[in-house]
Write a protein that binds this ligand. Structure first.
Ligand SMILES: Nc1ncnc2c1ncn2[C@@H]1O[C@H](COP(=O)(O)OP(=O)(O)OP(=O)(O)O)[C@@H](O)[C@H]1O
Ligand SMILES: [Mg+2]
Length: 454
């Protein structure tokens, strides 16, 4: 540090001329001294600014969550930030001086040679994915690299900036899941609204149809019971001696044929009326208000029985693979849930009608706090243009008289009432996979919303 006055040289000559020379020398020295002090002040100011810039850069480096690794041209690490040290260096050590290739995991698609070749080509790196060996294992990073040059514009290294992809991917997959949940909730909401308005309409129609069909059915049935008596009476008349008088009329009116077909015709009427009666019953069940209390029951038993009943009335052998856990306690209406299982199994059998070797896979298992039932077949599968409609009431692809299109609509209502949801997809090997889940019964769980018998 330069302070005070410039040192005063001793005069050696006392003459006036000599004195003047000395005065000049002293003046020059003082001038030089002043310049020196000025330069030092300027130097100190620049030094302070440099230190400030340095401290600023250091705090920027340290506050970065991305990892920063600067390498020389031999790809040896010369500088890092705290994020990089934390991630790569074991406790109390540093990665400065380590070779970049030691940081890259063997599983990485890109290697240190790729960084070297980008330097040779005088090109940086843009969003390239590397796997780095961190203290917690190999992790993926999106890496950007910028080339470093010295003052004479000679390449001096590369700065790599890496962003952990795990975080980005996790955030993306959470976002994607939330989006899918929202879409599913939207579909459920639309479906529920559709069901509610159709339910009201259907309830009205079913109510109106119920009375006329009851008396068609009742009267046809009564008439059927009268037929044997009428036939007996006619036979008795025909056996009388005067019957020849009626014989001509009997032939012309083909009374024998009418009598013989009476039974079959009435059977047809009764069968048709029965079918309409069943449809009306389905409609009423579909649209019924279900707010009565339920009970705890074993879904495993319901699945077994539902399956057995449908298979017993099937007209061909179906290979059945069962994987049913027991017990599977749920709360609600065993009868309505059995109808769901039976509808699903019947659908699967219908879909496998043309399959030479039909296989039905039924699973029922506990999955955390849910009970999941799945019925998979190797049938025709569900075409994409049909999939969006299968739960709609009256939607059917089956011929007239075979399906009403109410099966899945009823299943949907029942499962929703029990707090469950359906998923439908096509299997990887073909066929359809129809599944639903229900809340498992929790004895000390919160109050359950109990569905009611319709
Ligand atoms: N396992 C399945 N494989 C292929 N398609 C199916 C399957 N289950 C349902 N479907 C399709 O969904 C439609 C609607 O089924 P849903 O059970 O509601 O009515 P349906 O079986 O046609 O008639 P219903 O059940 O009233 O007798 C079916 O017509 C069929 O096209
Ligand atoms: Mg059906």
């Amino acid at each position: 540090m330069l302070t005070g006055k410039a040192p005063q040289p001793e005069p050696v000559n006392a003459s006036a001329e000599g004195e003047q020379i000395w005065l000049n020398v002293i003046g020059k020295m003082e001038e030089t001294w002043g310049q020196l002090i000025g330069q030092q002040v300027e130097l100190e100011r620049k030094n302070a600014a440099l230190e400030e810039a340095h401290a600023f850069m250091a705090s920027v480096f340290e506050s970065m969550s991305d990892v920063l690794v600067a390498c020389d041209t031999a790809l040896r690490i010369v500088r890092t930030n705290t994020a990089a040290e934390k991630l790569f260096a074991p406790e109390g050590q540093s990665i400065v001086g380590v070779r970049l290739e030691d940081l890259i995991a063997p599983s990485s698609g890109l290697k240190a040679e790729d960084v070297a070749s980008s330097m040779t080509r005088r090109q940086g790196l843009e969003d390239r994915e590397f796997q780095f060996s961190t203290t917690s294992g190999a992790l993926p990073f999106a890496v950007n690299g910028t080339l470093l040059y010295d003052r004479r514009q000679r390449l001096s290294g590369i700065v790599l900036l890496g962003r952990p992809l795990g975080e980005v991917r996790r955030a993306y997959s959470e976002l994607d899941q939330a989006h899918r949940n929202l879409k599913a909730a939207h579909v459920q909401l639309v479906q529920a609204e559709k069901m509610a308005s159709l339910g009201r309409l259907v309830a009205g129609v079913a109510h109106e149809l119920n009375n006329p069909i009851s008396f068609v059915y009742g009267n046809a049935y009564t008439l059927k019971r009268f037929v044997p008596r009428l036939v007996a009476y006619l036979e008795h008349i025909h056996a009388q001696p005067g019957a020849a008088l009626f014989a001509q009329e009997r032939q012309a009116l083909r009374v024998d044929m009418v009598v013989s077909e009476l039974g079959g015709t009435l059977d047809g009427i009764v069968e048709g009326a029965e079918r309409v009666r069943d449809i009306v019953a389905d409609l009423r069940r579909f649209s019924s208000d279900r707010r009565s209390a339920g009970a705890v029951f074993d879904m495993a038993g319901v699945v077994r029985t539902g399956l057995e009943w449908v298979l017993a009335s099937a007209d061909r052998i179906v290979e059945t693979r069962m994987d049913v856990e027991e017990p599977l306690e749920v709360e609600g209406h065993a009868g309505r849930m059995q109808q769901v299982v039976m509808n699903l199994v019947q659908n699967a059998l219908d879909a496998m009608e043309d399959v030479p070797h039909p296989v039905l896979c039924v699973t029922a298992k506990r999955d955390g706090v849910r009970v999941r039932v799945q019925i998979a077949d190797n049938g025709s599968g569900i075409p994409p243009d049909v999939a969006g409609h299968i739960f709609d009431p009256f939607f059917t692809t089956k011929p007239v008289g075979k399906g009403t299109g109410l099966g899945l609509a009823i299943c949907y209502g029942t499962v929703s009432d029990h707090g469950g949801q359906f998923t439908v997809r096509n299997g990887a090997q073909g066929g359809a996979v129809v599944a639903f889940d229900l809340p498992a019964f929790a004895p000390d769980g919160g109050p359950a919303v109990l569905p009611e018998e319709g």
